[in-house]
Design a protein around this ligand. Structure first.
Ligand SMILES: Nc1ncnc2c1ncn2[C@@H]1O[C@H](COP(=O)(O)OP(=O)(O)OP(=O)(O)O)[C@@H](O)[C@H]1O
Length: 341
């Protein structure tokens, strides 16, 4: 079901959440932003745990703004799972559902099958691993057939390998059930991997919404460029000192950019030029010495000190590197000019 937040406002001490959002039905949408930007507060407002100061929340054609959280048809999984440790898995899953024994067992078994924990119904929560608890919490959130699923950093307590396994499982369950899901994460790689749509937040506001590809390839401003993926951002005023061939009029918007704009490009769009490569007029190039290097298996990561700046480069072919000056280049069509926010 689609979720619409219209001009919502929520003041929490010094902090204010202030945004509008229209999220399509049946999609997995991640909320991404720095710590303290208001992701959890936004989820809690939608779940009915924080009453709004202003604005409306609708789920499909139901206005749920003032509805008690029990009647919103919203399932939620918290960071710490919030399961009852001394109860069985089955009792946790069916808690508060008013099902008789057989019906409860049947529903719990169905959900345990879905989260790939068949036969776990009689186990106690305290006997489970972190990953198993996370799946039980997900089963519990799904038990009442919610119209919306809210997941607040459900994988943050798990190790990197398990996170990858479970994020895929969450995505598969979401696709299978078709439940509109709002997923909070700190992890931009996780957001990129599983989302249909990313909502980028900063200081209690939504600052860009789009598919992971849209935000990665066309960030709206400096913050989006550097928060979603790794980025080179060169203040426009410095470009002509360190980049041969820099001509602002070659970019849409031309020389009218505000002075505090940046030239933006991704590290993987930079190439290292060898002595045999002849410079190509259309390209932007610079020189510098290697400041830092990392071997990454399928790529090589480099930082080159070019003038007062550090240029990040991700390349597949580092074999020709020497200690002397390195010449690197980027095509103007792989660059954007971005404002501060
Ligand atoms: N109940 C509350 N009373 C007062 N301030 C609050 C309350 N809940 C949250 N805040 C403040 O609101 C701001 C946003 O918090 P929130 O937990 O929503 O951020 P977040 O983006 O989820 O952060 P994190 O990624 O660290 O979990 C913070 O400054 C926080 O201290």
């Amino acid at each position: 079901m689609n979720l619409t937040l219209k001009n919502i406002k929520l003041a929490l001490g010094e902090f204010t959440l202030d945004c509008s959002l229209n999220l399509p039905s049946g999609k997995l949408i991640t909320l991404l932003g720095p710590s303290g930007c208001g992701k959890t507060s936004l989820l809690k407002s939608i779940a009915g745990l924080y009453p709004l100061d202003r604005g409306t929340i609708s789920l499909g054609d139901r206005d749920i703004t003032n509805l008690d959280s029990r009647f919103r048809k919203v399932g939620m999984v918290f960071q710490d799972y919030a399961l009852f440790p001394h109860m069985s898995v089955e009792k946790n899953i069916c808690y508060g559902m008013n099902l008789k024994n057989d019906a409860a067992r049947k529903r719990s078994d169905e959900l345990l099958e879905m989260v790939e924990l068949p036969g776990f119904g009689t186990r106690m929560i305290e006997e489970l691993s972190g990953g198993e608890k996370q799946r039980v919490a997900l089963a519990r959130a799904l038990a009442s057939d919610p119209d919306l699923l809210l997941l607040d950093e459900p994988l943050s307590a798990l190790d990197a390998r398990l996170r990858r396994v479970l994020r895929r499982q969450i995505r598969e369950i979401q696709l299978k059930t078709g439940i509109t899901t709002l997923y909070v994460t700190h992890d931009q790689e996780e957001a990129m991997a599983i989302s249909d749509l990313v909502v980028l937040m900063k200081d209690g506001r939504v600052c860009q919404t789009g598919s992971p590809r849209e935000i990665y390839t066309t960030p709206a401003h400096r913050f989006a460029g550097e928060f979603f993926g790794s980025a080179n951002l060169i203040p426009l005023g410095d470009c002509s000192h360190i980049l041969d061939g820099f001509d602002p009029s070659a970019f849409p918007g031309g020389p009218d950019f505000p002075e505090d704009s940046y030239l933006f490009f991704r590290p993987e769009d930079c190439r290292i030029l060898s002595a045999e490569d002849s410079p190509i007029q259309k390209e932007l190039s610079g020189t510098g010495k290697i400041l830092y290097e990392e071997y990454g298996g399928d790529f090589h990561y480099l930082e080159i000190k070019s003038g007062s700046l550090c240029i990040k480069i991700k390349t597949k072919s580092p074999e020709k590197l020497q200690d002397s000056e390195i010449r690197w280049m980027v095509r103007p069509e792989d660059c954007l000019i971005l404002g501060d926010d």
